[in-house]
Design a protein around this ligand. Structure first.
Ligand SMILES: Nc1ncnc2c1ncn2[C@@H]1O[C@H](COP(=O)(O)OP(=O)(O)OP(=O)(O)O)[C@@H](O)[C@H]1O
Ligand SMILES: [Mg+2]
Length: 366
């Protein structure tokens, strides 16, 4: 039995991090990884993943899916903080921790004093000695886990900015404070970040990748249960286009929902999916540009070559797409080691694949 789709809100979420657990799908393995490592007292757990893969959403959901009595999770966004002086960033982090404890856990934080930016500039240690000391009292001796959302470490590393000094300081803090843990998430490969790896070389780390098939299927069907039905071939078509990338899956479904509502239909077929590809690409344009810009340069070159090879194959209605490195050779590009490695890495991340032409349409246009 399906209810009428007319007048229903579009339940797919595109672009903003998912903060409602019922709209969040998958990542069970990641939460298990976090739980196991925290239980073994891992003070730092590093997570990493490409643009728009769901990094912020994972951090926002940790407290819903990792249930550990003795741990209290605080989400902090480090966005826009990398060029500020460390003292300013510590001040901001302290204010955000207080706000979070009050809003999310309804803890009484009125009496907690944050050292001024000036004092922190003179003596960084006040953050730990004065501020954290009070926080551990407020949270009644529990462990404090700071979930640190993307720290934009790119850009110039001028002398006093947080980009160079914050993580070394955090490292010394967690060495010092037995009950302090951090889970930083970074938007690129860890081996691009020698700084972090050097500091936390023993830290367990995990990549946030594509959603597994059953979870991507739930993302497609569950938000519209009882309102809109997907034929299994339609689900397959969405999977072929998005490969389980949660953002691209949401975009396709968002467009399908809008169209079904407009036409007052309650069933989605493979043909419907194929008909909305262009619209989905249009809507996702900003995300797609970010996706591309977020790749390291050798990966971008290989990715463009894959797109070119796919376009050529589509034009000739061939089922086999030429090897991107062969395409590059035709343009006179020398096969350097970094290009060969880039190809392997793109495949390893699940971003390129040897697919049939029809499978590759969305990805060829990225
Ligand atoms: N687990 C999930 N369940 C459902 N949708 C998801 C999930 N993860 C990501 N998404 C989709 O991807 C979009 C981007 O998610 P999010 O902002 O968490 O990614 P991000 O990796 O932090 O992105 P950015 O690189 O821009 O910081 C969401 O708006 C949603 O459409
Ligand atoms: Mg994010």
């Amino acid at each position: 039995m399906t209810a009428s789709i007319t007048g229903q809100d579009n339940p797919y979420i595109i672009g903003v991090p998912i903060d409602e657990p019922e709209f969040f799908f998958g990542r069970e393995d990641l939460f298990r990884f976090i739980k196991d490592n925290l239980k073994q007292n891992a003070k730092v757990i590093l997570l990493h993943g490409q643009r728009r893969i769901g990094k912020s959403s994972v951090l926002l959901q940790v407290h819903n899916f990792v249930q550990l009595e003795e741990f209290l999770f605080v989400f902090l966004s480090l966005e826009g903080k990398s060029r500020k002086p460390v003292s300013d960033v510590l001040y901001e982090i302290a204010s955000e921790i207080l706000e979070y404890l009050e809003d999310e856990f309804e803890l009484q934080v009125d009496g907690v004093r944050i050292p001024s930016k000036k004092d922190l500039q003179k003596e960084q240690g006040l953050f730990s000695e004065v501020f954290l000391g009070q926080i551990f009292e407020v949270i009644d001796g529990k462990n404090l886990v700071l979930l640190l959302d993307e720290f934009d470490v790119f850009g110039e590393h001028s002398q006093d900015t947080a980009s160079t000094h914050l993580f070394p300081y955090l490292k010394s803090l967690i060495d010092q404070q037995k009950k302090l843990f951090i889970i930083p998430v970074v938007g690129r490969r860890l081996d691009d970040m020698p700084n972090l790896l050097g500091l936390f070389h023993e830290a367990p780390n995990l990549r946030i990748g594509l959603l597994q098939k059953p979870n991507a299927e739930r993302l497609i069907t569950k938000p519209v249960q009882g309102v809109l039905e997907y034929q299994s071939d339609a689900i397959q078509a969405i999977m072929e286009l998005s490969a389980g990338h949660p953002y691209f899956t949401q975009i396709i479904c968002f467009v399908l929902f809008s169209k079904a509502r407009e036409e007052e239909r309650s069933l989605i077929t493979r043909e419907d999916v194929e008909n909305v590809v262009d619209k989905a690409i249009e809507i996702g344009e900003v995300g797609l540009a970010w996706f591309y810009d977020g790749l390291p340069i050798p990966e971008r070159v290989v990715f463009s070559a894959v797109a070119e090879a796919q376009q050529v194959a589509t034009g000739k209605a061939e089922l086999v797409v030429e090897d991107p490195l062969t395409v590059l050779r035709k343009y006179g590009v020398i096969q350097t080691k970094s290009l060969v490695q880039a190809g392997g890495r793109l495949a390893g991340w699940g971003f390129v694949d040897l697919l049939e032409v029809s499978d590759a349409k969305l990805r060829s246009q990225l």
